[in-house]
Design a protein around this ligand. Structure first.
Ligand SMILES: *[C@@H]1O[C@H](CO)[C@@H](O)[C@H](O)[C@H]1NC(C)=O
Ligand SMILES: *[C@@H]1O[C@H](CO)[C@@H](O)[C@H](O)[C@H]1NC(C)=O
Ligand SMILES: *[C@@H]1O[C@H](CO)[C@@H](O)[C@H](O)[C@H]1NC(C)=O
Ligand SMILES: *[C@@H]1O[C@H](CO)[C@@H](O)[C@H](O)[C@H]1NC(C)=O
Ligand SMILES: *[C@@H]1O[C@H](CO)[C@@H](O)[C@H](O)[C@H]1NC(C)=O
Ligand SMILES: *[C@@H]1O[C@H](CO)[C@@H](O)[C@H](O)[C@H]1NC(C)=O
Ligand SMILES: *[C@@H]1O[C@H](CO)[C@@H](O)[C@H](O)[C@H]1NC(C)=O
Ligand SMILES: *[C@@H]1O[C@H](CO)[C@@H](O)[C@H](O)[C@H]1NC(C)=O
Length: 539
């Protein structure tokens, strides 16, 4: 079924009921995102077919399937999801299989019918909003895809341009050349991704007609489906000054994919868009945790410090992740559960917006694309006896508690307390003190916090919210902690925990601030009376 955007000019009667205020970067900072590959999360009819990732074919997941399983996501504490690109992709098969992942747009004015209808996508959006959750949609602007019409060696290759809507002709595209020099930014922006078997036709985003088409497209997409945020694919393949107007037409939080481990390269894009997916730190984290005892945790400190200094808004708006659809899962390299839990902790204890890639909570182990795009339904959405589900649930609850306890949590940058070993990391972000290690379950490590760090007075009791065990600083405020099984620790003062809360309530000594956890719940029925520094005040 094809869907034309023009049809949305006639607003549906439920338009007002589904409208939420455009969500800014500030509105996103207290959220936690669960990333799904739409085709691989759930089927709308609840069936559970086999899904061989190596086949690179559609497996049947769709928007209705996500709607049906929002409780699974929300019960782990997530209050936003990121879904695959939604527009119609190249049909049938290509030299790289089918477009089940959504990154090969063909007609941007039509939806991918494999994922459902326009009504299904609207239903997903309103189901999320009804639960106080946000919708982030992945968007591809750099390229569109059609199979070459002539498999003989003709150059430049030929295409049926009528499939590439609304672009129509070859003059909407940069002249065909493949990127061969990633140090040449013109090459990166104006030559093509892909290869001759599956060329990604590079839109001429220097052409004002193409530019205007994209700006009005994104404006309509966001408003037609009440989208709250955008993940912007291949953002470094388009000139930086294309993005600010794209972002303002979108009118919601935008986070760009700048796939590079170089903070200085990524930094300007944090001015062009709200922020970036924090790839430099991702690489440091992945290396630190998957490289045995030679993994160097100090590199994380180095990267984050650079990013805090160089990014616009520091790292408060970055998307912080340890897995995604393009990179091997942590457990494809390391299965020691202590190390896995340490790595999973990272996104929740630093400055950025945490993103969990679906399936990590189920212990999925897929390696490089396409192996890392397993079907989640094969897990049965089981949450019983799943230690990583429990782990992520606790991390989300702890972060919400930290946010509600300390109003500076979201705006004060994390700091690192130097440790003698490159196998340990101590991150302070009050009320959190996170102690991480890559030592593994048979290691014995310790962290040492000197009194000069000024974190404690010596009179407080600290609770590791991952185990509810308590530790006490010395009378001079210094702290020494050891872990015999290489597990991470997220320490919070007992006073920051509520006796009536769900987080180590037996160890808590705080009376319990009203958490932000419920904020946004029931938003549809509430009257928004004001917005004070990004926090909605409900009447
Ligand atoms: C469920 O949906 C899939 C994908 O649309 C379809 O192939 C399958 O036959 C359906 N199963 C049932 C039991 O309806
Ligand atoms: C493909 O290109 C070759 C070489 O230019 C040409 O001879 C042939 O006719 C083309 N085939 C089609 C179907 O266009
Ligand atoms: C710009 O793109 C439009 C179609 O999107 C095309 O009609 C026009 O010829 C292009 N202009 C140039 C200078 O290539
Ligand atoms: C950079 O790439 C562009 C596009 O491929 C090319 O025209 C230009 O010559 C390259 N510049 C250098 C210095 O190699
Ligand atoms: C990182 O990017 C900057 C800006 O593009 C560049 O000048 C620098 O050479 C890059 N560093 C490395 C190590 O590639
Ligand atoms: C692992 O450590 C070795 C030796 O220090 C280094 O050469 C390699 O790049 C590291 N690999 C990863 C994935 O970090
Ligand atoms: C670990 O990384 C830090 C920061 O990059 C570096 O200064 C230090 O030399 C590294 N240590 C080892 C043992 O590789
Ligand atoms: C709240 O966070 C700020 C900034 O990190 C810190 O200075 C302050 O001590 C914290 N307050 C409490 C009560 O933890």
């Amino acid at each position: 079924m094809k869907y034309s955007w023009a049809a949305t000019a006639v607003a549906s009667s439920s338009f007002l009921a589904n409208t939420v205020l455009a969500a800014s970067a500030d509105d996103w900072t207290n959220r936690a995102i669960y990333q799904v590959v739409t085709d691989r999360f759930a089927l709308g009819n609840g069936s559970s077919p086999s899904c061989d990732t190596s086949q690179k074919k559609y497996c049947g997941g769709n928007w209705q399937g996500i709607i049906n399983n929002l409780d699974y996501i929300q019960s782990m504490g997530f209050d936003a999801i990121w879904i695959s690109p939604v527009v119609e992709n190249v049909q049938g098969t290509t030299t790289e299989g089918e477009a089940y992942h959504g990154y090969w747009p063909q007609n941007i004015n039509s939806l991918n019918s494999n994922f459902g209808s326009a009504d299904d996508l609207k239903s997903l959006s309103s189901a999320l909003h009804g639960k106080g959750m946000y919708l982030m949609v992945d968007v591809v602007v750099n390229h569109v895809v059609a199979n070459p019409t002539n498999t003989s060696s003709v150059w430049p290759e030929t295409f049926d341009y009528s499939q590439l809507q609304p672009f129509g002709g070859s003059n909407s595209f940069h002249t065909q050349c493949f990127i061969d020099d990633y140090n040449n930014q013109t090459d990166v922006e104006q030559c093509w991704l892909g290869d001759s078997g599956l060329p990604l036709l590079d839109l001429d985003t220097e052409n004002s007609t193409v530019v205007d088409t994209m700006y009005s497209w994104i404006k309509n997409l966001v408003s037609d489906y009440n989208i709250d945020g955008l993940r912007v694919d291949t953002a470094k393949h388009i000139r930086q000054d294309f993005w600010p107007d794209f972002a303002s037409n979108a009118g919601v939080y935008t986070v760009g994919e700048i796939l590079i481990g170089n903070v200085t390269y990524a930094a300007p894009y944090t001015k062009a868009l709200d922020s970036v997916l924090d790839y430099p730190t991702y690489y440091a984290v992945y290396d630190a945790f998957t490289n045995g005892t030679s993994g160097n945790m100090s590199v994380i400190t180095e990267m984050v410090t650079q990013a805090q200094d160089q990014y616009n808004h520091g790292t408060f708006y970055v998307g912080s992740f340890v897995e995604n659809q393009d990179n091997p899962r942590i457990q494809s390299t390391v299965t020691d559960q202590s190390i896995v839990k340490n790595a999973m902790t990272w996104p929740f204890i630093n400055d950025g917006i945490p993103i969990l890639y679906y399936g990590q909570e189920q212990g999925y182990q897929g390696g490089n694309d396409p192996a890392n795009r397993e079907a989640l339904w094969l897990s049965g959405f089981n949450t019983e006896n799943k230690p990583l589900v429990t782990h992520v649930k606790t991390l989300n609850a702890a972060r919400k508690q930290a946010i509600s306890y300390n109003s500076s949590f979201l705006t004060t940058k994390a700091s690192f307390i130097s440790q003698s070993s490159t196998s340990t990391l101590a991150v302070s972000k009050p009320p959190f003190l996170a102690l991480l290690t890559n030592g593994g379950s048979s290691s014995s490590v310790s962290w040492s916090i000197p009194s000069s760090a000024g974190l404690y007075t010596g009179s407080e009791t600290l609770v590791d919210v991952l185990t509810c065990e308590t530790v006490t600083p010395s009378s001079d405020g210094s702290l020494s902690v050891s872990a015999s099984s290489g597990l991470p620790k997220v320490l919070m003062p007992a006073e920051a925990l509520s006796k009536s809360g769900s987080l180590c309530s037996s160890q808590a000594s705080g009376s319990g601030a009203v958490g932000l956890k419920g904020l946004g719940m029931g938003l549809m029925g509430a009257v928004v009376v004001g917005i004070v520094s990004g926090v909605m005040v409900l009447a």
